[in-house]
Design a protein around this ligand. Structure first.
Ligand code: ZN
Length: 209
């Protein structure tokens, strides 16, 4: 995606990464009596009971943010885009006022089609209509294998997360695992890095490649 003339809103910058220490803390609500936490807790660490990866937001601080990391998403900006259906490139609304439908560029493997064939799950936020054209013309990967769609309904599905096991220090056991919002037994062991939504009423407009 290095062909973008503008760095997309969701893309992470090198100095936004936060590596604060993780611990397992006593927690009555979890099956083994422990849950993952930051050693020094902060308000906003948890979303829906799930620990969310801390990141800085240095997008507007050009001198401080470091180089962009083109395949990495900034967790907070990704989350915001999904919550409000904002364009992942320009951060403006990706929903058309007239129709209420949002625009998406769906690229495997970030998009997983469900059994019905008319919807699926993704952690890549929507792309507004104006940015769809720019993205397709500037990004070779999108040109190779992408579907442009409008979507009638979007609902929260879960998160992509790193999985940890308790020990003297929390041990990372798996990376980028999908965990649904109702898989409560797994929640105490995960660090969420992006939000996954379920798309319903998907209308395909363009298939490239
Ligand atoms: Zn846009």
């Amino acid at each position: 995606m290095s062909g973008y003339s503008v760095v997309p809103f969701v893309i992470a910058y090198a100095r936004e990464e936060v590596r604060d220490r993780l611990v397992f803390e006593p927690h009555a609500g979890s099956d083994r009596g422990l849950r993952l936490a930051y050693e020094i807790p902060r308000k906003g660490d948890r979303v829906g009971g799930v620990l969310r990866a801390r990141v800085r937001d240095l997008r507007r601080r050009v001198g401080k943010r470091g180089p962009e990391r083109m395949r990495m998403l900034n967790t907070r900006r990704q989350w915001l885009c999904m919550d409000r259906l904002l364009c992942q490139v320009c951060s403006r609304p990706a929903t058309e006022p007239g129709t209420g439908r949002s625009w998406w560029i769906l690229v495997p493997p970030v998009f997983e089609v469900d059994d019905s064939g008319r919807g699926g799950r993704t952690n890549a936020p929507p792309t507004c209509r104006a940015c769809v054209d720019i993205a397709l013309s500037e990004c070779p990967m999108l040109r190779a294998d992408a579907t442009v769609c409008t979507v009638g309904r979007v609902e929260p599905a879960g998160v992509l997360a790193d999985m940890y096991e308790p020990g003297p220090v929390p041990t990372l056991t798996a990376h980028n695992v999908y965990v649904s919002w109702d898989a409560f037994a797994r929640h105490p062991h995960i660090l969420a890095t992006s939000q996954v939504v379920q798309l319903h009423d998907v209308r395909e407009l363009v298939r490239t490649g």
